[in-house]
Design a protein around this ligand. Structure first.
Ligand code: BEZ
Length: 250
C-alpha cells in the first residue's frame, strides 16, 4: 500500500518513523482480533471532543467506529464529509458515530475545518487521535502489506478503512475492511444497520441487496406454519421449503 500513497501526501506522512508495534505478533489477526459477536476492546483516547473511555462513550447505544488511514488525504476527506452529512440518518437509528484517524488532535482540528468547507457540512461526531496507532493495533486495523514491508523496507504501517458496528449490548455485530484506495459506501453502512436492527426486532434475515421496506427472509429455524402464524397467513411466500419471504414493512 505504501506505493499507493498520493504524491500530494504530506512529506511527514510518507517518511514518518516506523511506529512502535503494540502487538506481539507481526501479522494481522494473530492478536485476538475483535470479531463478530465479541465485545469491542475498551480503550481511552483523546478525541476532537475531549478524552473518552470508549465503553462509556458507546454505553447502551448502537455505535459505529470507523477508521481512516490519515488526515489531509483525499479519499478520507470525502468519506468524513459523507458520514457527517448522514448524521440525521444515524441519529434516527439511534447510532452514535465515532471516527478515528492516525494523526494528532492539532491535525484533526485543521482537517475538520477542511472537511466542513469541502463537503459544506459540520463534522459533529468525535474523531479519535490515534497518532501512535495504538487503537488501530488493538482493533487489528493495520495493513498486512505494510506490516510485511516494515520488516524489510521500514516505512509506515497504515490504518486500513474499517467499520465496526456495535450493538447496545456491546457486541461487535459487523466488521467491514477496505483498502486505503477504496472509499466506503455510506449507504451500505446504513443498510447493514437497518438489517441488523430489523433482524433483532422481528426475527428475520435479509436477502441480497435488500433495502428497508422490501421482502425479508424467514430464517430456517422457523417453520412455514409458524411463520404464517407470526407474519400473517397470506404474508409468507414459499419459493422453496428453505426459501420463504415475508414482508414486515419499514
Ligand atoms: C486517501 O486518499 O484517503 C488515502 C490514500 C492512500 C493512503 C492513505 C489515504
Amino acid at each position: 500500500m505504501a506505493s499507493f500513497l498520493p504524491r500530494a501526501a504530506p512529506r511527514a506522512l510518507r517518511f514518518a518513523a516506523r511506529p512502535v508495534l503494540r502487538t506481539p505478533a507481526f501479522r494481522r489477526g494473530f492478536a485476538t482480533p475483535p470479531v463478530a459477536e465479541q465485545p469491542p476492546p475498551n480503550f481511552q483516547a483523546k478525541t476532537t471532543h475531549g478524552d473518552i473511555d470508549f465503553h462509556k462513550y458507546i454505553e447502551g447505544s448502537w455505535a459505529i467506529l470507523f477508521s481512516h488511514p490519515a488526515d489531509f488525504t483525499p479519499v478520507c476527506t470525502t468519506e468524513l464529509g459523507a458520514f457527517a452529512k448522514l448524521k440525521g440518518e444515524f441519529e434516527k437509528r439511534g447510532v452514535k458515530m465515532i471516527g478515528l484517524s492516525a494523526n494528532d488532535l492539532t491535525q484533526h482540528d485543521q482537517w475538520v475545518n477542511d472537511i466542513n468547507e469541502v463537503a459544506n457540512t459540520t463534522v459533529s461526531f468525535p474523531i479519535i487521535a490515534d497518532a501512535d496507532r495504538s487503537v488501530a493495533y488493538l482493533y487489528d486495523m493495520i495493513s498486512q502489506d505494510d506490516l510485511d514491508a516494515l520488516a524489510t523496507k521500514g516505512g509506515i504501517a497504515f490504518t486500513i478503512r474499517a467499520v465496526f458496528v456495535i450493538d447496545p449490548a456491546k457486541k461487535i455485530r459487523l466488521t467491514m475492511l477496505y483498502p486505503a484506495s477504496t472509499g466506503r459506501n455510506s449507504s451500505e453502512v446504513l443498510r447493514v444497520i437497518d438489517s441488523l436492527q430489523l433482524g433483532d426486532e422481528r426475527g428475520i434475515a435479509t436477502p441480497i441487496d435488500w433495502n428497508r421496506g422490501e421482502d425479508v427472509i424467514v430464517p430456517p429455524s422457523v417453520s412455514t406454519e409458524d411463520a404464517r402464524k407470526k407474519f400473517g397467513q397470506d404474508n409468507v411466500r414459499e419459493v422453496k421449503p428453505y426459501l420463504r419471504f415475508t414482508n414486515v414493512g419499514k
